[in-house]
Design a protein around this ligand. Sequence first.
Ligand code: ADP
Ligand code: MG
Length: 334
Amino acid sequence: MGDLEPALCVRDLTVTFTTTHGLVRAVDSLGFEVRHGETLGIVGESGSGKSVTSLAVMGLHTSASVSGSIILGGRELTGLPERELNRLRGRKMAMIFQDPLSSLHPYYTVGEQIAEHHRVHFGSGRRAARERAVEALAEVGIPEPRRRVREYPHQFSGGMRQRVMIAMALSCEPELLIADEPTTALDVTVQAQILELIARIQQERGLAVIMITHDLGVVARVAHEVLVMYGGRAVERADVDTLFTAPAHPYTRGLLDSLPRFDDSDDEPLRAIPGTPPSLLTPAPGCAFAPRCPRLARASDQERSHCESELPLLDGPAGHPAACHFPAYEGIAS
Ligand code: ADP
Ligand code: MG
Protein backbone atom coordinates (compact mmCIF):
# COMPACT_ATOMS: atom_id res chain seq x y z
CA MET A 1 0.00 0.00 0.00
CA GLY A 2 3.04 2.20 -0.15
CA ASP A 3 2.98 2.62 3.61
CA LEU A 4 6.47 2.31 4.97
CA GLU A 5 5.28 1.85 8.50
CA PRO A 6 3.81 -1.60 9.18
CA ALA A 7 0.19 -1.74 10.31
CA LEU A 8 1.26 -3.73 13.35
CA CYS A 9 4.64 -4.11 14.95
CA VAL A 10 5.12 -6.51 17.87
CA ARG A 11 8.38 -6.67 19.78
CA ASP A 12 9.50 -8.90 22.61
CA LEU A 13 5.98 -9.96 23.49
CA THR A 14 5.92 -12.16 26.58
CA VAL A 15 2.75 -13.45 28.19
CA THR A 16 2.78 -15.37 31.47
CA PHE A 17 0.07 -16.90 33.60
CA THR A 18 0.38 -17.55 37.30
CA THR A 19 -1.14 -20.95 37.99
CA THR A 20 -1.27 -23.26 40.99
CA HIS A 21 1.47 -25.29 39.29
CA GLY A 22 3.71 -22.29 38.81
CA LEU A 23 4.44 -19.71 36.15
CA VAL A 24 3.31 -20.62 32.62
CA ARG A 25 5.26 -18.78 29.95
CA ALA A 26 2.75 -19.13 27.12
CA VAL A 27 4.44 -16.61 24.78
CA ASP A 28 8.10 -15.75 25.06
CA SER A 29 9.98 -12.86 23.42
CA LEU A 30 7.87 -12.93 20.27
CA GLY A 31 8.33 -10.35 17.52
CA PHE A 32 6.66 -9.84 14.15
CA GLU A 33 5.25 -7.21 11.81
CA VAL A 34 2.23 -7.09 9.54
CA ARG A 35 2.06 -4.66 6.65
CA HIS A 36 -1.03 -3.04 5.20
CA GLY A 37 -2.65 -5.25 2.59
CA GLU A 38 -0.67 -8.30 3.66
CA THR A 39 -1.41 -11.48 5.56
CA LEU A 40 0.88 -12.90 8.20
CA GLY A 41 0.17 -16.56 8.84
CA ILE A 42 0.95 -17.72 12.37
CA VAL A 43 1.17 -21.47 12.45
CA GLY A 44 1.98 -24.06 15.10
CA GLU A 45 0.55 -27.07 16.87
CA SER A 46 -2.19 -26.75 19.45
CA GLY A 47 -0.82 -25.11 22.61
CA SER A 48 2.02 -23.26 20.87
CA GLY A 49 0.71 -19.86 21.99
CA LYS A 50 -1.14 -18.64 18.90
CA SER A 51 -4.37 -17.63 20.63
CA VAL A 52 -2.55 -16.17 23.62
CA THR A 53 -0.63 -14.00 21.13
CA SER A 54 -3.77 -12.78 19.38
CA LEU A 55 -5.54 -11.99 22.64
CA ALA A 56 -2.47 -10.04 23.77
CA VAL A 57 -2.51 -7.93 20.59
CA MET A 58 -6.22 -7.27 21.12
CA GLY A 59 -5.56 -6.38 24.76
CA LEU A 60 -8.06 -9.01 25.88
CA HIS A 61 -6.05 -10.80 28.57
CA THR A 62 -7.50 -10.29 32.00
CA SER A 63 -5.42 -12.62 34.16
CA ALA A 64 -2.12 -12.74 32.29
CA SER A 65 0.95 -10.61 32.66
CA VAL A 66 1.81 -9.08 29.28
CA SER A 67 5.06 -7.32 28.50
CA GLY A 68 6.75 -6.06 25.37
CA SER A 69 5.67 -3.62 22.73
CA ILE A 70 2.58 -3.72 20.47
CA ILE A 71 2.46 -0.81 18.05
CA LEU A 72 -0.69 -0.45 15.93
CA GLY A 73 -0.73 2.28 13.31
CA GLY A 74 2.19 3.97 15.05
CA ARG A 75 0.61 3.86 18.52
CA GLU A 76 1.92 1.87 21.47
CA LEU A 77 -0.91 -0.24 22.88
CA THR A 78 0.77 -1.82 25.88
CA GLY A 79 0.03 0.18 28.99
CA LEU A 80 -2.94 2.03 27.45
CA PRO A 81 -5.87 2.49 29.82
CA GLU A 82 -8.73 0.02 29.32
CA ARG A 83 -11.05 2.74 28.02
CA GLU A 84 -8.62 3.71 25.23
CA LEU A 85 -8.10 0.06 24.30
CA ASN A 86 -11.82 -0.49 24.12
CA ARG A 87 -12.11 2.31 21.64
CA LEU A 88 -9.31 0.96 19.45
CA ARG A 89 -10.70 -2.54 19.61
CA GLY A 90 -13.32 -2.77 16.94
CA ARG A 91 -12.39 0.61 15.53
CA LYS A 92 -8.76 -0.08 14.53
CA MET A 93 -8.51 -3.83 15.03
CA ALA A 94 -10.99 -6.65 15.09
CA MET A 95 -10.88 -10.37 15.66
CA ILE A 96 -12.82 -13.39 14.48
CA PHE A 97 -12.74 -16.78 16.17
CA GLN A 98 -13.24 -20.43 15.36
CA ASP A 99 -16.66 -20.48 16.96
CA PRO A 100 -18.78 -17.46 15.98
CA LEU A 101 -21.60 -18.57 18.30
CA SER A 102 -19.40 -17.82 21.30
CA SER A 103 -19.13 -14.18 20.26
CA LEU A 104 -22.65 -13.64 18.96
CA HIS A 105 -25.48 -13.02 21.38
CA PRO A 106 -28.25 -15.61 20.98
CA TYR A 107 -31.11 -13.25 21.95
CA TYR A 108 -30.48 -10.46 19.45
CA THR A 109 -30.84 -10.53 15.69
CA VAL A 110 -27.60 -10.33 13.74
CA GLY A 111 -28.74 -6.97 12.40
CA GLU A 112 -29.18 -5.58 15.90
CA GLN A 113 -25.71 -6.80 16.85
CA ILE A 114 -23.93 -5.33 13.85
CA ALA A 115 -25.89 -2.08 14.20
CA GLU A 116 -25.08 -1.82 17.89
CA HIS A 117 -21.40 -2.40 17.20
CA HIS A 118 -21.49 0.35 14.59
CA ARG A 119 -23.42 2.75 16.83
CA VAL A 120 -20.99 2.32 19.73
CA HIS A 121 -17.94 3.02 17.58
CA PHE A 122 -19.32 5.65 15.22
CA GLY A 123 -22.16 7.14 17.22
CA SER A 124 -24.40 6.69 14.19
CA GLY A 125 -28.16 6.91 14.51
CA ARG A 126 -30.31 3.78 14.70
CA ARG A 127 -31.57 3.96 11.14
CA ALA A 128 -28.12 4.54 9.63
CA ALA A 129 -26.65 1.75 11.74
CA ARG A 130 -29.40 -0.64 10.61
CA GLU A 131 -28.82 0.30 7.00
CA ARG A 132 -25.09 -0.27 7.51
CA ALA A 133 -25.86 -3.75 8.88
CA VAL A 134 -27.72 -4.66 5.67
CA GLU A 135 -24.81 -3.39 3.58
CA ALA A 136 -22.35 -5.30 5.75
CA LEU A 137 -24.22 -8.60 5.25
CA ALA A 138 -24.39 -7.96 1.50
CA GLU A 139 -20.66 -7.26 1.38
CA VAL A 140 -19.80 -10.63 2.91
CA GLY A 141 -22.01 -12.42 0.41
CA ILE A 142 -25.04 -13.28 2.52
CA PRO A 143 -28.02 -13.65 0.17
CA GLU A 144 -31.17 -11.63 0.90
CA PRO A 145 -29.43 -9.41 3.46
CA ARG A 146 -32.52 -7.27 4.08
CA ARG A 147 -34.43 -10.30 5.29
CA ARG A 148 -31.55 -12.00 7.04
CA VAL A 149 -30.60 -9.03 9.27
CA ARG A 150 -33.78 -9.81 11.17
CA GLU A 151 -32.74 -13.39 11.94
CA TYR A 152 -30.95 -14.79 14.98
CA PRO A 153 -27.48 -16.39 15.00
CA HIS A 154 -28.83 -19.95 15.33
CA GLN A 155 -30.75 -19.52 12.08
CA PHE A 156 -27.47 -19.30 10.15
CA SER A 157 -25.29 -22.20 9.04
CA GLY A 158 -21.71 -22.39 10.34
CA GLY A 159 -20.28 -20.77 7.23
CA MET A 160 -22.93 -18.04 7.10
CA ARG A 161 -22.40 -17.36 10.81
CA GLN A 162 -18.69 -16.88 10.18
CA ARG A 163 -19.67 -14.43 7.42
CA VAL A 164 -21.78 -12.57 9.97
CA MET A 165 -18.77 -12.37 12.28
CA ILE A 166 -16.64 -11.04 9.46
CA ALA A 167 -19.33 -8.48 8.62
CA MET A 168 -19.39 -7.38 12.24
CA ALA A 169 -15.60 -7.27 12.52
CA LEU A 170 -15.32 -5.20 9.36
CA SER A 171 -18.25 -2.88 9.90
CA CYS A 172 -16.04 -0.38 11.69
CA GLU A 173 -13.37 -0.53 8.99
CA PRO A 174 -10.45 -1.72 11.12
CA GLU A 175 -6.90 -1.64 9.81
CA LEU A 176 -6.04 -5.00 11.31
CA LEU A 177 -8.06 -8.21 11.30
CA ILE A 178 -6.97 -11.14 13.45
CA ALA A 179 -8.55 -14.40 12.34
CA ASP A 180 -7.95 -17.16 14.90
CA GLU A 181 -8.66 -20.54 13.25
CA PRO A 182 -11.68 -19.01 11.48
CA THR A 183 -12.32 -22.05 9.29
CA THR A 184 -11.33 -24.94 11.56
CA ALA A 185 -14.93 -25.88 12.32
CA LEU A 186 -16.05 -25.67 8.68
CA ASP A 187 -16.01 -28.25 5.91
CA VAL A 188 -13.45 -27.76 3.15
CA THR A 189 -15.74 -26.13 0.59
CA VAL A 190 -17.05 -23.58 3.04
CA GLN A 191 -13.55 -23.09 4.39
CA ALA A 192 -12.32 -22.13 0.91
CA GLN A 193 -15.20 -19.68 0.49
CA ILE A 194 -14.46 -17.96 3.80
CA LEU A 195 -10.75 -17.69 3.00
CA GLU A 196 -11.59 -16.21 -0.40
CA LEU A 197 -13.95 -13.74 1.22
CA ILE A 198 -11.27 -12.55 3.65
CA ALA A 199 -8.75 -12.25 0.82
CA ARG A 200 -11.16 -10.25 -1.35
CA ILE A 201 -12.03 -7.81 1.42
CA GLN A 202 -8.38 -7.51 2.32
CA GLN A 203 -7.52 -6.48 -1.24
CA GLU A 204 -10.38 -4.02 -1.44
CA ARG A 205 -9.47 -2.33 1.81
CA GLY A 206 -5.74 -2.82 2.12
CA LEU A 207 -6.40 -4.57 5.41
CA ALA A 208 -3.58 -6.12 7.42
CA VAL A 209 -4.53 -9.68 8.38
CA ILE A 210 -3.12 -12.14 10.89
CA MET A 211 -4.28 -15.63 9.96
CA ILE A 212 -3.81 -17.98 12.88
CA THR A 213 -4.04 -21.66 12.11
CA HIS A 214 -2.62 -25.08 12.90
CA ASP A 215 -3.16 -25.92 9.22
CA LEU A 216 -0.32 -25.22 6.79
CA GLY A 217 -2.77 -25.76 3.95
CA VAL A 218 -4.61 -22.60 5.04
CA VAL A 219 -1.31 -20.72 5.29
CA ALA A 220 -0.35 -21.78 1.75
CA ARG A 221 -3.59 -20.32 0.39
CA VAL A 222 -3.65 -16.94 2.08
CA ALA A 223 -0.39 -15.90 3.73
CA HIS A 224 2.31 -13.65 2.33
CA GLU A 225 4.61 -14.18 5.28
CA VAL A 226 4.60 -16.97 7.83
CA LEU A 227 5.65 -17.14 11.45
CA VAL A 228 6.07 -20.64 12.85
CA MET A 229 5.59 -20.97 16.61
CA TYR A 230 6.73 -23.73 18.91
CA GLY A 231 6.29 -23.72 22.68
CA GLY A 232 5.43 -20.01 22.78
CA ARG A 233 8.41 -18.90 20.68
CA ALA A 234 8.97 -18.05 17.05
CA VAL A 235 11.11 -20.77 15.49
CA GLU A 236 11.05 -19.63 11.86
CA ARG A 237 9.83 -16.71 9.77
CA ALA A 238 9.84 -16.53 5.98
CA ASP A 239 7.79 -15.49 2.99
CA VAL A 240 5.32 -18.20 2.11
CA ASP A 241 7.16 -19.58 -0.95
CA THR A 242 10.45 -19.87 0.90
CA LEU A 243 8.78 -21.54 3.85
CA PHE A 244 7.24 -24.23 1.68
CA THR A 245 10.18 -24.82 -0.65
CA ALA A 246 13.14 -24.32 1.70
CA PRO A 247 12.10 -24.63 5.35
CA ALA A 248 15.12 -24.07 7.59
CA HIS A 249 13.84 -25.41 10.91
CA PRO A 250 13.37 -29.14 11.52
CA TYR A 251 10.02 -28.40 13.18
CA THR A 252 8.74 -26.61 10.08
CA ARG A 253 9.89 -29.54 7.94
CA GLY A 254 8.01 -31.86 10.30
CA LEU A 255 4.85 -29.79 9.86
CA LEU A 256 5.26 -29.88 6.09
CA ASP A 257 5.78 -33.63 6.13
CA SER A 258 2.53 -34.03 8.03
CA LEU A 259 0.54 -32.25 5.32
CA PRO A 260 -1.72 -34.55 3.33
CA ARG A 261 -0.29 -35.09 -0.12
CA PHE A 262 -1.97 -34.97 -3.45
CA ASP A 263 -1.34 -38.64 -4.06
CA ASP A 264 -2.25 -39.84 -0.55
CA SER A 265 -5.13 -42.23 -0.40
CA ASP A 266 -7.96 -41.00 1.79
CA ASP A 267 -7.59 -43.65 4.44
CA GLU A 268 -3.89 -43.08 5.00
CA PRO A 269 -3.44 -41.46 8.43
CA LEU A 270 -1.73 -38.08 8.63
CA ARG A 271 1.85 -38.29 9.80
CA ALA A 272 1.92 -36.15 12.90
CA ILE A 273 5.28 -35.18 14.36
CA PRO A 274 6.10 -37.87 16.94
CA GLY A 275 6.41 -36.76 20.56
CA THR A 276 4.61 -34.17 22.63
CA PRO A 277 4.80 -30.36 22.82
CA PRO A 278 7.18 -28.91 25.41
CA SER A 279 6.26 -27.98 28.96
CA LEU A 280 5.69 -24.27 29.39
CA LEU A 281 5.98 -24.62 33.17
CA THR A 282 9.52 -25.95 33.34
CA PRO A 283 11.13 -25.24 29.98
CA ALA A 284 14.30 -27.18 29.26
CA PRO A 285 17.43 -24.99 29.06
CA GLY A 286 18.17 -25.70 25.39
CA CYS A 287 16.06 -25.94 22.27
CA ALA A 288 12.44 -26.80 23.12
CA PHE A 289 12.20 -28.98 20.03
CA ALA A 290 15.34 -31.01 20.83
CA PRO A 291 13.49 -34.01 22.35
CA ARG A 292 11.49 -34.41 19.11
CA CYS A 293 14.08 -33.26 16.62
CA PRO A 294 14.76 -35.84 13.88
CA ARG A 295 18.08 -34.16 13.08
CA LEU A 296 19.31 -34.66 16.64
CA ALA A 297 18.57 -38.37 16.42
CA ARG A 298 21.50 -38.67 14.01
CA ALA A 299 23.72 -35.91 15.44
CA SER A 300 27.04 -36.24 17.24
CA ASP A 301 27.14 -36.20 21.05
CA GLN A 302 28.71 -32.76 20.90
CA GLU A 303 25.97 -31.37 18.69
CA ARG A 304 23.30 -32.94 20.84
CA SER A 305 24.62 -31.45 24.04
CA HIS A 306 24.85 -28.03 22.34
CA CYS A 307 21.16 -28.20 21.27
CA GLU A 308 20.06 -29.49 24.66
CA SER A 309 21.85 -26.82 26.67
CA GLU A 310 21.84 -23.62 24.55
CA LEU A 311 18.60 -21.90 23.63
CA PRO A 312 18.76 -21.11 19.89
CA LEU A 313 17.72 -17.54 19.10
CA LEU A 314 15.76 -16.50 16.04
CA ASP A 315 18.69 -15.69 13.81
CA GLY A 316 19.97 -15.89 10.25
CA PRO A 317 19.08 -14.02 7.03
CA ALA A 318 16.86 -11.00 7.73
CA GLY A 319 14.02 -12.30 5.58
CA HIS A 320 14.27 -15.87 6.78
CA PRO A 321 15.47 -16.27 10.36
CA ALA A 322 15.25 -19.60 12.18
CA ALA A 323 15.78 -20.51 15.83
CA CYS A 324 17.95 -23.57 15.26
CA HIS A 325 21.64 -24.26 15.86
CA PHE A 326 21.77 -26.26 12.62
CA PRO A 327 19.28 -24.63 10.26
CA ALA A 328 18.91 -26.03 6.75
CA TYR A 329 19.61 -23.01 4.60
CA GLU A 330 20.17 -23.41 0.88
CA GLY A 331 23.55 -25.00 0.27
CA ILE A 332 24.04 -25.85 3.93
CA ALA A 333 23.25 -29.40 4.85
CA SER A 334 21.39 -29.50 8.13
P1 ADP B 1 -2.85 -22.32 20.61
O1 ADP B 1 -1.57 -22.21 19.86
O2 ADP B 1 -3.44 -23.69 20.49
O3 ADP B 1 -3.82 -21.24 20.30
P2 ADP B 1 -2.90 -21.08 23.20
O4 ADP B 1 -2.33 -19.77 22.81
O5 ADP B 1 -4.37 -21.14 23.41
O6 ADP B 1 -2.45 -22.19 22.15
O7 ADP B 1 -2.25 -21.58 24.55
C1 ADP B 1 -0.87 -21.73 24.72
C2 ADP B 1 -0.61 -22.25 26.10
O8 ADP B 1 -0.84 -21.21 27.03
C3 ADP B 1 -1.51 -23.38 26.51
O9 ADP B 1 -0.93 -24.62 26.24
C4 ADP B 1 -1.65 -23.21 28.00
O10 ADP B 1 -0.65 -23.97 28.65
C5 ADP B 1 -1.33 -21.76 28.23
N1 ADP B 1 -2.50 -20.99 28.65
C6 ADP B 1 -3.40 -20.37 27.84
N2 ADP B 1 -4.34 -19.73 28.57
C7 ADP B 1 -4.02 -19.94 29.86
C8 ADP B 1 -4.61 -19.55 31.12
N3 ADP B 1 -5.70 -18.78 31.17
N4 ADP B 1 -3.99 -19.96 32.23
C9 ADP B 1 -2.87 -20.70 32.21
N5 ADP B 1 -2.28 -21.12 31.06
C10 ADP B 1 -2.84 -20.75 29.92
MG1 MG C 1 -5.80 -21.37 19.64
